[in-house]
Design a protein around this ligand. Structure first.
Ligand code: SF4
Length: 408
């Protein structure tokens, strides 16, 4: 780990501004990353807390604008200028907050990764890229190294911790939609949410097909697809075939986030790409999987995981969302994944559905299936679980009183 992983010390500012890679405001994402949502609008990144990219206040869309026009819009250029000139961007607050707490933010992590060569074969330094942007009034001549594409909410599962924004089955189910903490939350065009139906736009994928053939896309090195379930999207194999036919496959790596319920035939084409990462979302083992990922079947998933393993050039891992529905069963899943040689990555906790949050009590049925009657994990008898829960929710004493209570 280099010293870049630490927050910049601001008490004694150096006489000259810090190099951009070490500055408090520079973020490589404004130079090398673009996110297209399923409505065709573009976002700065998943952590950026502001609406989609706009020109003169009007949201830009792949229906009306080329990717290069979006990439070099007034808003994107203004953000680059602010970052280079050391001004904080209010919508980047989540990164600044993490840094203030001493954590490594997304911004810091990606700046470090770029300087260490991630997606950066040409070994372009941040200072060189910034100088080029400054000379061109913050226009960039090429599309970014990484483009992230939301393929829509088309999905064949309605997982308990998921949201209508990410599952068309949930969007059509008024009961499960009522579980959502805020049905209007999520980073999706509101007109799609109000409809409560499937949204799946092919605009962003068609734009990619056209634009990846142009010279301005020659620096694109990674395409990242997430849904819904991207393997159900019919336009995706068209893009993959076009990239192979255009001779671009060897330069590009792909990343898919999938629920693992289907193994599309076209996946065999991916061996022509530079590298393919496949992240499968699995939150439980056996019955616990079926409870969470309805109407998925464990036997089908286990079969598909073996199929994915047979494909060459695919690097697979499993991602797990910690939630009330699986906290008592995670070791079963991780033992199973160990036994079949698949790495697991936990991705924090569910927050969109309050009843599935790991702060909630696991559903009674799941607790009973896991524990001897009346026992907690530590073996203590729980006679009144409802009172235990109430106690946990009681306000804690103020810090000073807490310290007094802790004294021997
Ligand atoms: S600073 Fe953080 S929120 Fe802002 S663009 Fe970079 S990664 Fe995204």
């Amino acid at each position: 780990m280099t010293d870049l992983s630490l927050p910049t010390v601001t008490e004694h500012p150096p006489p000259t501004p810090p190099a951009c890679g070490k500055s408090d405001t520079f973020c490589i994402r404004l130079w090398q990353h673009m996110r297209l949502d399923s409505s065709g609008e573009a976002r700065v990144c998943c952590a950026y807390q502001a609406p989609t990219i706009a020109q003169n206040g009007v949201p830009m869309n792949t229906d009306r604008h080329s990717l290069m026009e979006i990439w070099n819009s007034d808003e994107m250029r203004g953000l680059r200028r602010d970052m280079v000139e050391g001004r904080r961007v209010p919508a980047c607050a989540s990164c600044y907050t993490e840094e203030a707490r001493g954590a490594v933010s997304l911004r810091m992590r990606d700046n470090i990764a770029w300087e260490q060569g991630w997606l950066n074969e040409e070994k372009a330094t941040i200072e060189e890229m910034v100088a080029l942007a400054v000379d061109n009034d913050f226009h960039l001549p090429k599309l970014p190294a990484m483009i992230e594409v939301e393929t829509g909410n088309l999905c064949n599962l309605k997982c308990r911790m998921c949201h209508s924004v990410n599952s068309s089955l949930i969007a059509k189910d008024p009961v499960q939609r009522s579980w959502e903490a805020n049905p209007n939350a999520g980073n999706i065009n509101p007109s799609f949410q109000r409809s409560g139906r499937t949204f799946r736009r092919v605009g962003p994928i068609e734009s990619l097909v056209d634009e990846l053939a142009k010279e301005t896309a020659s620096r694109v090195r990674r395409l990242y697809f997430l849904g819904g379930e991207p393997f159900l999207v019919r336009e995706l194999p068209i893009l993959i075939e076009r990239l192979v036919a255009a001779g671009r496959a060897r330069q590009i790596s792909l990343l898919f986030v999938s629920n693992g319920s289907v193994v599309p035939e076209w996946l065999a084409l991916t061996e022509q790409f530079r590298r393919v990462d496949l992240t499968i979302s699995v939150d439980g083992h056996g019955e616990n999987y079926e409870y969470i990922r309805y109407p998925g079947r464990w036997a089908d998933l286990a079969h598909n995981l073996e199929q994915f393993k047979q494909l060459t050039n695919i690097y697979m891992q499993v991602t797990t969302t910690i939630q009330a529905n699986n906290v008592l069963h995670l070791t079963d899943l991780f033992r199973y994944l160990d036994s079949i040689g698949i790495g697991a990555l936990s991705v924090g906790r569910c927050t969109a559905i309050p009843d599935s949050s790991p702060r909630s009590r696991p559903p009674d049925g799941l607790r009973r299936s896991r524990l001897p009657p009346g026992k907690s994990c530590a073996g203590a008898v729980i006679r009144r679980p409802d009172r235990c829960q109430q106690r946990r929710r009681r306000p804690q004493p103020a810090a000073r009183l807490h310290a007094v209570h802790q004294r021997p």
